[in-house]
Design a protein around this ligand. Structure first.
Ligand SMILES: C[S@@+](CC[C@H](N)C(=O)[O-])C[C@H]1O[C@@H](n2cnc3c(N)ncnc32)[C@H](O)[C@@H]1O
Length: 302
């Protein structure tokens, strides 16, 4: 009898029990953490393994060890790491995700910032949506700023910077095409005013909204880039830090503090807080939400 040697086949995704996860996934977990701050705890390691399994198929890596080589050996490593990050980031979002934040912004924060900046003879507002996913948060902010363009922000320049680690999300964000799920909280009034119809299922954000926003890929853990994000009046980093551990959170928050102008505000997602992470920001309560304030020079609260 002749035995025909069989080619090795790609290993299936490991099952969800931590003990059965190939130890190579822990090495990959540590690499992902080092680069992006995203930390997959032991009980979530299977999610990373699932993402790796999808990339293993694409790269013809037959074992986790071979995939590790793709991730660490030149010339493929940078591109492959980027692809893996695209695979494992969680981009859950929607337009008008937090109405209490928007109310606080329009009713209290914006009038306050406008008053302060007018004293400095500046009519330029800079907003950063950090971890913007597929763009819904940044378009929501842009539409709300346009609503103020004939009142509070008359004669002002508004610049919204929207960044994310996932370059596929950034490309989707640039297109600005959304279906029912993303639009579930968007009123008919806003739909009529700021969207055009693509087909019976999808709407596209109009050019006058898009024009306020610059989208780009940015890794919040990349210190060299974060140092150049100065001069922000408002930073929204909602539902992003939940994927980081304490050390990566603290580092990013310190960058946000120095990137904000004095008198600027920082928003997190509704279930997040800066407790035990930063004591430079002042916590401010609004109906149904909170925000963090970097005291203004004139406040005497520095
Ligand atoms: C759940 S979404 C939040 C989207 C939006 N901010 C919101 O609240 O609706 C989290 C986003 O954080 C991004 N992200 C995770 N780690 C990141 C990092 N190190 N740098 C930049 N973005 C990151 C993910 O790619 C993902 O799009």
């Amino acid at each position: 009898m002749t035995i025909v040697p069989q080619p090795p086949v790609a290993q299936p995704a490991p099952n969800k029990s931590a003990e059965t996860v190939d130890p190579v996934y822990r090495q990959i977990r540590d690499l992902v953490y080092k680069v992006s701050g995203i930390y997959k705890a032991e009980e979530k390691l299977y999610l990373l393994a699932d993402g790796c399994a999808r990339r293993m198929k694409q790269t013809d890596a037959r074992t986790p060890r071979e995939y590790w080589d793709r991730l660490t050996a030149a010339p493929s490593r940078d591109a492959e790491l980027r692809e893996l990050l695209n695979e494992i980031t969680i981009g859950e979002t929607c337009l008008f995700r937090s109405q209490p934040q928007l109310d606080a912004l329009r009713k209290v924060i914006l009038p306050e910032i406008v008053t302060e900046k007018v004293k400095q003879v500046t009519k330029r507002l800079r907003i950063w949506s950090a971890g913007c996913s597929t763009g819904e948060e940044s378009y929501t902010l842009a539409m709300n700023m346009l609503e103020e363009s004939e009142r509070l922000l008359k004669g002002w320049t508004v610049e919204i910077l929207a960044t994310d680690l996932n370059d596929r999300s950034v490309e989707t964000a640039k297109a600005g095409i959304y279906g029912d799920y993303a639009l579930r909280n968007t009123s008919d009034l806003y739909k009529r005013k700021y969207f055009s119809t693509v087909d019976e299922k999808r709407l596209q954000v109009r050019p006058e909204v898009k024009k306020l926003i610059a989208f780009s890929r940015l890794n919040l853990q990349d210190d060299s880039k974060m140092l150049f994000m100065k001069g922000m009046d408002l930073i929204f980093c909602c539902n992003v830090l939940i994927y980081f551990d304490g050390a990566s959170k603290s580092k990013v928050i310190n960058h946000f503090f120095s990137d904000l102008n004095f008198g600027g505000y920082f928003f997190l997602g509704t279930s997040e807080s800066l407790m035990k992470l930063n004591d430079q920001f002042h916590l401010v309560h609004f109906p149904g939400t909170i925000a963090y304030w970097k005291p203004s020079l004139s406040s005497g609260k520095l």
